[in-house]
Write a protein that binds this ligand. Structure first.
Ligand SMILES: [Cu+2]
Length: 125
């Protein structure tokens, strides 16, 4: 390799590096200083079933179950030491829980144990 070629290559990679550094500082300057509000997702309770039965969310998302049946229903976590558990929900009543840790959270209705659902909490969901 001739010395002039080596110098040229060095100059090109230097330019690329400068470009990457400039882009990073630009991206950092554009990043919002206030975190976006946490997402909220709704699960309908209808016809003795949870809709959707399986819900994928990102950590920090609040899930609100809304009873749209004439029957009384509950929302009870099946494990994790019953991490969340609603009181009996009459028609139109709702229950919310914010999921912070990744994991799979199966739940059921304690009045009708055949009613089951799961919240899947994973980054990027
Ligand atoms: Cu029920």
């Amino acid at each position: 390799m001739r010395p002039s070629t080596a110098i040229a290559r060095c100059a090109v990679s230097g330019l690329v590096l400068a470009g990457i550094l400039a882009w990073h500082s630009f991206a950092a300057a554009q990043a919002p200083t206030v975190p976006a509000p946490a997402a909220q997702v709704r699960v309908r309770i209808h016809n003795d079933a949870f809709h959707p039965a399986t819900l994928r969310i990102a950590p920090g998302t609040t899930v609100t179950w809304v009873n749209q049946d004439d029957d009384v229903h509950t929302v009870m976590n099946a494990d994790h030491g019953h991490l969340f558990s609603s009181k009996p929900l009459n028609t139109g009543q709702s229950f919310s829980h914010t999921f912070r840790a990744a994991g799979i959270y199966p739940y059921f209705c304690s009045v009708h144990p055949f009613m089951t659902g799961a919240i899947v909490v994973q980054s990027g969901a």
